[in-house]
Every structure is written in C-alpha cells, then in structure tokens.
Write a protein that binds this ligand. Sequence first.
Ligand SMILES: NC(=O)c1ccc[n+]([C@@H]2O[C@H](COP(=O)([O-])OP(=O)(O)OC[C@H]3O[C@@H](n4cnc5c(N)ncnc54)[C@H](OP(=O)(O)O)[C@@H]3O)[C@@H](O)[C@H]2O)c1
Length: 311
Amino acid sequence: MADIPTFTLNNGVAMPGVLFGCFQGPECRETADIEGLHDALAAGYRGLDTANNYNTEAAVGEGVRKTDIPREQLFITTKLPSTMHHDVKASFEDSLKQLGTYIDLYLMHWPQGKKEDGTVYDGPPDGPTFNDVWEEMEKLLETKQVRAIGVSNFSHKTLGQLLQTAKVTPAVCQVEGHPFHPDFAFMKFCHSKGIHMSYYSPLGNGQTVLKDADLVEIGDAHGVSAGQVCLAWALANGVSVNPRSTNAERIKGNITLPKLTDAEVKRINDIHKNDEKRHSRLCLQPYNKEDNTASGWSLEKLGWDVGFKHA
Ligand SMILES: NC(=O)c1ccc[n+]([C@@H]2O[C@H](COP(=O)([O-])OP(=O)(O)OC[C@H]3O[C@@H](n4cnc5c(N)ncnc54)[C@H](OP(=O)(O)O)[C@@H]3O)[C@@H](O)[C@H]2O)c1
C-alpha cells in the first residue's frame, strides 16, 4: 500500500492528503455526532472537511475534543457560506465558536453571495463582490486563528478574476473532482499559481464512477475497490481528497490506498476523454438541471466546464 502524502501549501502549512468529509446531508441540523468521525480518526485520518452551512462544525469540535490526538496533528477545513459574504468576520467568529478551536483552512465556499432569502447577487448594491470578500478573508490571517485561506467552487475564470486583486494568493482551491471530472486544465492553472487543488466528491458522490470497468479492473489488480483507486489516482496527481463514508470498513479503505503505476495513472487520466458518459459532474446538491445553474449562478458565469453533462 502507498504512503498517504502530506501537501505543503504555498504558505508552508502542511495539509493531509486525505480529509474526512463531514457533510451529513442537506437536512442536517446540529447533530451531536458525525457518523464515522470516530472510525475515521481511529483509522488514521488527520484532516476533517466541514463548512458553516453543513451544521457539523460543533460536532467536529466535539469529536476533536473527545480524541486524545493532539490538536496540532489535526487539520480542520471549514467554509464561509454564501449568505455571509456581507459579514465575513461575523461568520468566521461563529465558525470558531462552533468548532471551539482554531481553523487550519478557511475557504470561501462559493464565489457568489446570497441574501438571506436565498436570492443570489452579483456584487453592489446587493452585497460585496468575491474580490471584496477575499480582501476581508485576508484580514482574518492577522487574527492567528486561521492558518491558511482559500476558495471552493471557483473556476479558471473566477479564480483568474480573484487573482487580479488578491494580495494573498489562495492556498487551496477545493472543487469537484474524480476520474469523470478531473479538470486538468484548471489543475494546471492552479499549480502554476502555487495553489493546491483539493477534490470534493472524489468518489463521484458514490455514483457511476465506482462501477467504471477500467477502475474496477485496476482495483482488482491491487485487491482494492474502484473507490480506493479513485483516491489513489487523485493523490498521484498531486491533489488532496475529501471522501465521505458512514461505513467503518470503507472509511478505513479510503485511507489505505494502493500504489498505482504510472501507466495506471495515465489510463485513469484518459477515462473522461472522448466519452460523454464518462465526462460529467456527479455531485448533485448544488446543480439545478431545470435552468442549468449551480447554487444560483449560470454555469457560464461560474466558468464551470462547458462540457458539463448531467449523468
Ligand atoms: N466545497 C463544496 O461545495 C463541497 C460539495 C460537496 C461535498 N464537499 C465535501 O466533500 C465530501 C465528500 O463529498 P460527497 O459526499 O459528495 O461524495 P463522495 O465522498 O465522493 O461519495 C460519498 C458516497 O460514496 C460512498 N462511499 C464512500 N467510500 C466508498 C468506497 N470506498 N466505495 C464505494 N462507495 C463509497 C458513501 O457511502 P457509504 O457512507 O455507504 O460508504 C457515500 O454515499 C463532503 O462530505 C464534503 O466534506 C464539498
């Protein structure tokens, strides 16, 4: 089995290669416990990925307090919700309060801001632009309560716009990624700017990607599942992963990964090419196929993959 890498971010902070996804479903309201968190820490995960609007920050904080793993060995990512773009400081302080500890990585969850009633806006007069929000996030570094800042759901287009005014280059860009949606062009752009890419839904949200014949065959050769192959492949491409599971065996498997050969990595890199059925985003929550928007913005405005296919 392969060693799980640690990635050094552009400000020197070390980030684990595998972080446990702490989203517990859209209806989650302040659960006391996160299914699988105890198993994940016992299996060796040291990274936890949550967000203010997952309503799991308090449970992550509780899990971190309950374990005897020293806090400095853990890495907590959380995210600023779109509804709080107008008051970054207040939302950050709320996350700190919920977690009861400092934040290792604070991400702008989405480029677009949203009013409380859910209406999406595009800067003044309704609210700040994402460039303004980033400026507020940069100030948070002075509090010493956050070690690195970054973005999520940005694209080549929106990240390029953000970089035009950023004083601090984002340390991380978290996006959907798996063999059906590797986003290589954007990955290359991020790497050229010193921005670490991190995949959410790295198992394709538990859907079709896990039944892919190529991935199953490569998994069989190593005695592992297609899911484990997806994660090992992302790490081999220098991308960290945030898989979620509620099953103790799969939780352990997702951090016990095979060492893929260069030929296998290349074969997986090519899976999405020239095949519509194997070229699609799979994380369903934010996408509205009725009007082709994601979290209220058109795919064009988001700059998301024009080859978008809904599986
Ligand atoms: N930044 C963002 O906007 C954003 C958006 C979405 C997600 N995320 C983050 O990414 C995390 C994961 O995303 P996700 O939940 O969409 O997708 P995922 O991790 O790709 O897939 C999770 C699904 O795969 C199943 N699974 C887990 N390990 C498996 C394995 N080895 N083999 C087969 N099936 C397996 C799980 O079921 P079992 O529980 O039965 O194992 C679950 O149904 C979230 O928890 C969150 O932290 C971020």
